[in-house]
Write a new protein. Structure first.
Lengths: 193, 161
């Protein structure tokens, strides 16, 4: 039987994460008692959530994270390697085979920025990738990002330059800081590329 | 002999329970027992002020108990990850499988805000207010971003958004 009033998949995700207000939670629950279609959708959402949790545990995503995320993965026993270069400074870094997550902490004054981009450049300063319009807390003193540990473990020694750029409402860009990561490969064996 | 099709699982109080003749999973049994005990204790103590809302009370108790079991299960999960493979056979899965590589591609297609909100919400399970605060967004905005991201992920994974 096809459900006549299916619950939105995103609402089912909120239900599973216990983010719904009580009256909505009750209504969803009563519907689920009687509806196999929405039960199947919820099963898909649960599988999606598990898949995303596994990806996060693998540390292979390149993304902005929160301090709470870093604390939680460390509490859960994952080995987190962190580097915090000074504002517009450089830091020597590496990654070990047993590391699970690689975190960079970029100190900057984020106040007044309408939008922030994190650019990733090679040693010549040529942009290779950009995380555009990243989420940030204007009151925080740093942007925290996760570099893919899979990428870092395979990478040869090299230099990564990461300019942090703020834009105002008029679209004018200004440099919040430029950070230089001098990566030395310490994992034995040839790099993957 | 052809294999009999498996009956579809049902969801009761947030717990996926396979239909008979499969045995009920131990977690569902624990849940049923715990909810019955709580309900009986509450009724005996006269703490249910509106008896006509018994069904809602039972549903709410189911939900709270599931969350408690879930929190306990996470600790158990970590121990099992470490020591379990030698001790237990893999439990039957009633969840649809997710293609890891495709999911990685789909997650990478999200915008930075969507990706971070989804990961923080699904991995950390932080309260909406905390997610909003650390990402410099309003709670309503976090909800909109999360919903949009879930629809995009489902569409990208090939299920109806």
């Amino acid at each position: 039987m096809i459900c006549a009033s299916p619950i939105d998949a995103a609402v089912l995700a909120d239900y599973w994460l216990a983010l719904l207000p009580e009256h909505e939670q009750n209504a969803v629950e009563e519907h689920l008692f009687a509806c196999d279609d929405c039960g199947s959708t919820l099963s898909e959402i649960i599988a999606l959530r598990e898949g995303i949790r596994n990806l996060a545990r693998e540390g292979s995503l390149f993304m902005i994270v929160s301090e709470a995320f870093v604390e939680n993965v460390a509490k859960q026993g994952l080995r987190v390697r962190q580097y915090a270069p000074p504002r517009s400074g450089s830091i020597e870094c590496t990654v070990a085979a047993e590391d699970d997550l690689l975190i960079g902490r970029l100190a900057a004054d984020l106040r007044g920025a309408a939008r922030i981009d994190l650019s990733l450049c090679d040693e010549r300063g040529i942009e290779q990738m950009r995380l555009a319009d990243i989420p940030f807390d204007a009151g925080a003193s740093a942007v925290v990002f996760q570099q893919s540990i899979t990428y870092a473990k395979a990478a040869p020694s090299g230099i990564l330059i990461a300019p942090l750029l703020a834009s105002d409402d008029a679209g004018r860009e200004r440099l919040l800081g430029e950070y230089r990561f001098n990566h030395t490969r310490t994992i034995p064996g040839p790099a993957a590329w | 002999m052809p294999e009999m099709p498996r009956p579809k699982p049902r969801i009761v109080g947030g717990v996926i329970v396979p239909q008979m003749p499969h045995p009920i999973e131990p977690d569902a049994r624990d849940l049923t027992q715990q909810v019955l005990i709580t309900t009986l204790e509450t009724l005996r103590a006269g703490r249910l002020r509106e008896p006509e809302k018994l069904a809602s009370f039972v549903l709410g108790t189911c939900r709270m108990t599931v969350l408690d079991l879930h929190r306990g299960a996470r600790r158990k999960e970590r121990l099992l990850e470490q020591f379990g493979p030698d001790l237990l056979p893999a439990p039957p899965s009633f969840q649809p499988a997710v293609d890891r590589d495709q999911l990685t591609r789909c997650v990478q297609k999200l915008t930075e805000r969507e990706r971070t909100v989804v990961i923080v919400s699904f991995y950390d399970e932080q309260a909406a207010a905390d997610v909003a605060r650390v990402l410099g967004l309003s709670e309503a905005n976090v909800r909109v971003i999360r919903h949009r991201a879930i629809h995009q992920l489902r569409a990208c994974m090939g299920v109806a958004a």
